[in-house]
Write a protein that binds this ligand. Structure first.
Ligand code: SF4
Length: 300
């Protein structure tokens, strides 16, 4: 998945959020949204309950484009998965993104994609220095994984799943940003551990390897998860969901200012920056969390 917010078009695809498609509706949580709540409960509310629109960010949309190319490249037969073939996919993948989100066109002044595609090409070129797609045959791409944790459906989308002949699974995620500094890998690995937990519960086997491929600085971060650490991740998810339900019931969606506020699209509505959140809709709270707020629902 892409690493920036515009996860609104998260990695080639679908935002892993509660949707209205098809009954029965179940509250859901993805690693990104769990991170949102841990970072700032009010940000979670804006995104998941209020579903406020966010302007597309260049980094996120560029990430979506690169993810789309990397996914589609594997439609080519081994031997034909070249950088030139990847470059040729940029235009059709970009057309698909614009068809889904026309507002992304604003990121490319006058429709001239030269510089825009050049940035994506540089990331693709870096990928070819890290992995050889002609020697890989993914078992899955953009794999939707989900599991029930009582009233919660935990969900995620795995960029790529490689499965060895002996059944060993390698979970691969592309990041178009830079790798974390040494000692700060745990945040990045949280998402991967959630994917590992989902696969473990779906397939009855712990993935052998988690692999984060950073195209921003040409680094690969690998980690072999253990059942014990996945049990800890499950407890953490349950604790986050318990916090979400408490906030839903009490209306205490507290802002939690941090350095990350600089990237928040909702500062104008945030009390920490002098704003006033819109009144929360109890139906939206119940739809997103399964919990009816105590009346009257507080704001912010
Ligand atoms: S500006 Fe900061 S504190 Fe306010 S909602 Fe956004 S992330 Fe939270």
């Amino acid at each position: 998945m892409t690493d920036a917010v515009g996860e609104a078009v998260e990695a080639g695809g679908a935002l892993v959020e509660p949707t209205d498609d098809g009954p029965p509706h179940r509250p859901g949580l993805s690693p990104s949204r769990a991170n949102d709540f841990m970072q700032c409960p009010l940000l979670f509310r804006f995104r998941v309950v209020d579903r406020l629109p966010e302007p597309p960010s260049p980094a996120a949309v560029r990430g979506t484009l690169v993810h789309a190319v990397l996914e589609r490249l594997f439609d080519e037969p081994a031997g034909a998965r070249t950088l030139e073939a990847a470059r040729a996919l940029l235009a059709p993948c970009w057309a698909d993104i614009l068809a889904e989100r026309p507002e992304c066109a604003d990121l490319v002044p006058d429709g001239d994609t030269t510089a825009w595609f050049a940035q994506a090409e540089a990331l693709l070129a870096t990928w070819f220095t890290l992995e050889d797609p002609n020697r890989l045959q993914p078992a899955e791409r953009e794999l939707v994984v989900r599991t029930d944790l009582e009233e919660l459906e935990l969900r995620g989308i795995v960029d790529r799943l490689d499965v060895a002949p002996d059944g060993a699974m390698r979970v691969v995620d592309y990041k178009t940003g830079r790798s974390p500094e040494p000692g700060y890998e745990s945040g990045a690995l949280f998402q991967m551990r959630v994917y590992a937990l989902l696969l473990q519960r779906e397939r009855g086997r712990t993935p052998a390897l988690l692999q984060l491929v950073y195209l921003g600085d040409g680094t690969i971060l690998r980690h072999a998860p253990t059942p014990g650490e996945l049990a800890v991740v499950e407890q953490r998810i349950r604790a986050v969901w318990s916090g979400v339900r408490t906030a839903a019931r009490t209306g205490a969606w507290e802002p939690r200012p941090s350095a990350l506020c600089s990237w928040c699209a909702h500062r104008a509505l945030c009390p920490a920056f002098g704003g006033t959140p819109p009144e929360v809709d109890p139906d939206a709270v119940e739809h997103a969390t399964g919990v009816r707020p105590e009346a009257p629902a507080a704001v912010g």
